[in-house]
Design a protein around this ligand. Structure first.
Ligand code: LIP
Length: 270
């Protein structure tokens, strides 16, 4: 079995178990443990419990791999493979009882930095929605047995775009200004609140494109691979890899138009 297939199968198995745990804990009632970068940036006990389960399962299956998760200390590992994990992406949705949230698990090789790594496999599992998205480099992106493809043509009615806003209120004014500049491209906007599902939905053709500033590596590691394996492209600043500065994904024609607006002539997010 190729390494990518092995990593993808492991990511899917663990995402399934972790997602069911998150789903059970949600049904039992969720308690907020703390705020992180801002008052609105919350972590629940379930986030921590789910990440611990994922970390334990990965360590048992592949000792020596690195780990980069949202809720625990990073570990570089010794094998050149790092697992990039968001145990519950869409934590605010999860805390409010909105069923859109997902477990996102990706395996990358090289430096554990989105500007340097090569994503090899990923799984995004939405337990409340019963959907497991998966991808492996060179093996396509899938929802169950359905192979995923982005919408490569521009829709004359405009593009269905998703985006998001940071937890820090100080970021909202520039993000809303950017949204205003992007609107002429859009037929409508969706704000799902789960970056990994935004990305998986672009891969599945449920969205035409997605852009967001301020994403963490674990928000986009798996979903960006899905978009790429579904025939789409993913860019950040100066046409580089997606990063905290900006993530833009979709079919090539749309991404070119979005990037021209987002970055302007200076090549930086405006
Ligand atoms: C969230 C993302 C969302 C973004 C939020 C936050 P979390 O991840 O999925 O798209 O807009 O600011 O980063 O915090 O729920 O894991």
């Amino acid at each position: 079995m190729a390494l990518e297939q092995e990593l993808s199968a492991l990511a899917v198995d663990i995402a399934a178990e972790a997602g069911e745990l998150a789903h059970r804990r949600r049904a039992e009632g969720v308690s907020i443990s703390a705020s992180k970068s801002a008052l609105a940036d919350i972590v629940t006990e379930a986030d921590r419990e789910v990440e611990n389960l994922i970390r334990d399962r990965l360590s048992a299956a592949r000792p020596g791999d690195g780990f980069l998760g949202e809720e625990s200390e990073a570990d570089r590992g010794t094998t050149g493979i790092t697992w990039v994990v968001d145990p519950i992406d869409g934590t605010v949705n999860y805390a409010y009882g909105i069923p859109s949230y997902a477990v996102s698990i990706a395996a990358v090789s090289g430096e554990p930095d989105p500007r340097a790594w090569q994503a090899l496999a990923g799984a995004v599992y939405a337990p409340a929605l019963g959907e497991m998205f998966r991808a492996e480099r060179g093996g396509g992106a899938w929802l169950g047995d359905e192979r995923l493809r982005v919408n490569s043509d521009l829709n004359p009615a405009g593009s269905l775009l998703a985006t998001g806003f940071g937890y820090d209120p100080a970021t909202h004014a520039p993000q809303l200004a950017l949204l205003g500049r992007v609107m002429p491209l859009a037929r409508d906007i969706r704000r799902i609140g789960v970056a990994s599902l935004d990305l998986a939905y672009v891969a599945a053709g449920r969205l035409d494109g997605y852009f967001e500033r301020g994403l963490n590596p674990w928000d986009h590691a798996a979903g960006v691979l899905m978009v790429q394996e579904a025939g789409g492209i993913a860019v950040g600043v100066d046409g580089g890899a997606p990063s905290r500065d900006m993530t833009i994904v979709g079919g090539e024609q749309l991404v070119d138009r979005l990037a021209a607006i987002v970055f302007g002539e200076q090549g930086i997010p405006t």
